[in-house]
Write a protein that binds this ligand. Sequence first.
Ligand code: SF4
Length: 411
Amino acid sequence: MRKPPPISIAQLTSDGASLQEKSPPQSAADLPLGTPRLLSGLYVHIPFCFHKCHYCDFYSIVDHKDRQAAFVDRLVSDFHAAAQHNIGAIQTIFIGGGTPTLLAVGLWERLLRALHATFEIACDVEFTVEANPETVTAELLNVLTAGGVNRLSIGAQSFDPAALKMLERWHDPANVQRSVSLARAAGIENINLDLIFAIPGETLIDWAHDLDTALALHPDHLSCYGLMYEPNTPMTMRLKQGKLHRADDELEAQMYQHTIDRLAQAGFEQYEISNWSLPGRRCQHNLLYWHNADWWACGPGAAAHVNGWRWKNIPRLDAYIDGDALPEIQDVEHLDEDGRIGEALMLRLRLLDGIASSELDSLLNATASGPLRRASIDRNLENGLLEVCDDTIRMTNRGLLLADSIVLELL
Ligand code: SF4
């Protein structure tokens, strides 16, 4: 998802004073977030992986097992510092990475104990942990479920060894099925599988087979993304050097259309451009992102959004471990009213529920960019990329294929 353009924080502090005059923010404690607030979500980033997959630009480092304990010690102090900034029960927790399931089981016990001791957590919390299929064990799952984890998001990506090799993913596809069975046996009822399509060399038949293999495991939720070539990844370098060829746009569109049709046939509802769920299984944590709600972030490289402020903890493990209290931050942004509305429109139209006409009108009437945005929406309504349905504006099936360009115009 494209990040909104940064806006000068000097103009935007709530007390009217310039943050830059005071000094640049070193940590979230320096931001004018207001008094402790009720938060909706918590994201925790575990930065360790076996090795770096070639398409990945998430912050992660190769794990040598030597810094896991120091990292968890520091994470616990990060929890304590974060708890000073929120009150009320946290509704969703998402522990991602990296490869969270690489953490030693004893460290997971410590992490989960600290989480419960530090934060008030809603009794109906959605608590997700991301898992690599190679690292899921019955012992770990028992610790996770005892610690309140009730959703597992498994990075399957593909069931085709050639496609996994192209991505430089190191897992045996058979371990996806093993992980799902172990998770079900441990009592985890809500399981997501992440899949990637449009991998170089992949055909429509290959992708259809991947999708059918995933469905045969009876997941509750599927995230299906077309392969992204992020700047400076080894995959993008190979693309630029002509060592691989990306899937052409028509093939990628066919794969996406097949995903929409096949998952609808299997009883899944598409609720976001790249996300499908069985009824009642939408990912509540990701919905926070798309509804621009508030969430706090712990761990290096983790991004937060609270009361209109966005920031990211510095993505450096050593600096994180050496710190205390709240970690150092970067990429601090605060959108003005116009930017906030543009972002809200962009995020809400990614959701298949769309946006009610009355809400759309009030957003478009609030700032001077409204007429330009309305013209863009009207053009896409005429082109059949957006539609009005039950007094709601939303993407059409054809619009979903061009969703990124539609929502970017609204920024
Ligand atoms: S396992 Fe996930 S986070 Fe780690 S390098 Fe691979 S894609 Fe990135």
